[in-house]
Design a protein around this ligand. Structure first.
Ligand SMILES: Cc1cc2nc3c(=O)[nH]c(=O)nc-3n(C[C@H](O)[C@H](O)[C@H](O)COP(=O)(O)OP(=O)(O)OC[C@H]3O[C@@H](n4cnc5c(N)ncnc54)[C@H](O)[C@@H]3O)c2cc1C
Length: 510
């Protein structure tokens, strides 16, 4: 049978575009089919507010996991910038400031807050040790999957026990005494993952947040996350990839020599191999290939444009407080309590969240007049707000969750955030709120899960897992999105690995 394409890719998120670039570079005929009118999925930037010159990273907003190797291989014109501050965590009228490089100011801040130098010393020890894990694991991400025995040998028995075997809660309790310090560290185990610190799923999430490029540094995408999509689209076009936006794939059936796709337009299209940049649950709908069970997405994302940054009760300069990640009500106890409340079906009394200001590091996403006026953007990511909470009465719950998130933030501000939100051209406040259900409706993240599925250890944990971590039960179908092993987050890793598996499959005779 003469196929229309060698490879058809369902979904046009950044991973799909990475896969398309590698395959086209290897001379393959590729098409990418995206349901929405624009490519990019969760990496889009948009002008979200009428008449307001602020191009916001609507969904994802910071980059750590994208390997430099992918940028180099594909010659991507995409830059990321360091933040000077890693995090600020207010508490009452004081707080803890951690600079990107853990320096004397950071250490003194923990010491002053905890009235002892034990936790600041522990901080350095802890991050040095997880830093070793990151350095050793990062280079494996674009290689065939290693198995547990190999990874254990790579990172050593002690680090394996500390960060893989023992629940994060146990390791945090071993290192740290202070509840707030423990919470600051724990958040990396919870972003995008509905879990308790007592569950290994939070260890897995923690690894994804600490491993990027061997440093785990979360950097600001210059010009916004959409710049990554622009760079990838430029490359796919120059490589001759067929790109179709506004084209939903509604089913895909494998035959003896290929895959037949049915498009929303009624048109059929054939290929030798199918890649899914869409979530495994979407692939299940299209092909019947069973997706693993996964937990609800559990975050609410808010984007705001401000007249100016708010002053803080602690008196810290807002330019410093908001330059890194601003933690709100994220002590260890608060995080655990919120998790257990949400799990039992109750909206947490206090919703932990975190926030960051893109424009302090990179003002280029604002028009010149907005930069001159001192306007800023804020991005807020609230935790432990799973899709299940919103199932019964979405609009009512959304209003209540929004109210509690703002109340949490306002506790630490010297002036209410509501007074500082800019109005758009129609006089409406520049603030948008996205629940897990809304993420599913807009970009097909099942149950709003930002990683498409539960994160998995970035190595082989079961013998049936394939060579690249992208294989399915059908040897013509591969996962090229966040739902692959090593796939979660803005990384392009799943796209790269799916391309490698596909090239090997295409080299076979049929
Ligand atoms: C609110 C939010 C904040 C986040 N913050 C960060 C962050 O700061 N840093 C980070 O690293 N990660 C972050 N993430 C996670 C990260 O954005 C995602 O894991 C990653 O972008 C997924 O990329 P992808 O290419 O695999 O899939 P996606 O970006 O999900 O793209 C899949 C595409 O498939 C399309 N599609 C689905 N079904 C079909 C169909 N039947 N036919 C055609 N097309 C279809 C969808 O429309 C979508 O465009 C965040 C995610 C969200 C939602």
């Amino acid at each position: 049978m003469n196929q229309d394409y060698e490879v058809a890719i369902v979904g046009g998120g950044h991973n799909a575009l990475v896969a398309a670039c590698y395959l086209a570079k290897a001379g393959k005929k590729v098409i990418v089919l995206e349901k929405n009118q624009e490519f990019g999925g969760a990496t889009k930037s948009v002008y979200a507010f009428e008449g307001v010159g602020a191009k916001l990273s609507r969904y994802s907003y910071l980059v750590a996991l994208l390997p430099d190797q992918i940028k180099q291989d594909l010659d991507l014109k995409f830059e990321t910038l360091s933040r000077t501050v890693s995090s600020y965590t207010p508490s009452g009228n004081t707080g803890i400031l951690i600079n990107r490089n853990f320096d004397a100011e950071s250490s003194e801040s923990i010491t002053a807050f905890t009235s002892s130098n034990e936790d600041s010393d522990a901080w350095e020890r802890f991050y040095k040790r997880i830093g070793v894990v990151a350095e050793r694991l990062a280079p494996t991400m674009l290689e065939p999957l290693k198995d547990e025995v190999e990874i254990k040998a790579l990172i050593g028995d002690e680090l394996w026990d500390e960060f893989v075997v023992q629940p994060l809660e146990v390791t945090l309790n071993k290192y740290f005494k202070n509840d707030l310090v423990k919470g600051i560290v724990l958040t990396d185990g919870l972003i995008g993952t509905f879990a308790s610190a007592a569950e290994i799923l939070s260890n897995i999430c923690f690894h994804y947040h600490l491993v990027g490029n061997g440093t785990g540094e979360w950097r600001v995408p210059k010009g916004g996350m959409g710049k990554l999509v622009e760079a990838l689209l430029e490359r796919t076009k120059s490589l001759g990839v067929d790109l179709r936006a506004g084209t939903e794939v509604i089913s895909a059936e494998t035959t003896n020599d290929g895959v037949m796709l049915r498009l929303g337009s009624g048109e059929d299209l054939s290929a030798r191999v199918l890649l899914s940049g869409a979530a495994p649950r979407v692939l299940e709908r299209l092909t019947g290939i069973k997706a693993p069970n996964f937990r609800d997405g559990s975050q609410v994302k808010m984007n705001m444009v401000l007249k100016r940054l708010p002053k803080l009760k602690s008196g810290l300069d807002p330019k410093k407080a908001f330059a890194g990640t601003f933690h709100i009500d994220e002590s260890f106890e608060q995080l655990e309590k919120a998790y257990h409340q949400a799990k039992s079906g109750v909206i947490p009394d206090v919703i932990p969240s975190e926030m960051y200001c893109h424009t302090l590091t990179d003002p280029s996403i604002l028009s010149e007049s907005m930069q001159a006026a001192g306007n800023h953007t804020l991005t807020l990511f609230a935790l432990h707000t799973p899709a299940s909470l919103f199932d019964i009465d979405h609009e009512k719950i959304k209003v209540e969750v929004f109210r509690r998130i703002l109340a949490g933030l306002n506790k630490y501000l010297a002036e209410p955030i509501e007074d500082l939100i800019l109005d758009d051209a129609a006089g409406k406040p520049c603030i948008e709120v996205k629940t897990p259900q809304e993420l599913e409706a807009e970009i097909d993240l099942p149950r709003g899960n930002i990683f498409h599925s539960d994160l998995m250890w970035p190595w082989r944990t079961q013998s049936e897992q394939g060579k690249w971590g992208v294989e399915t039960t059908n040897d013509r179908v591969f996962i090229a999105g966040a739902g692959a092993i090593r796939g979660g987050g803005v990384s392009g890793i799943a796209g790269h690995n799916a391309a490698m598996a596909t090239l090997e499959r295409l080299a076979k005779s049929n």
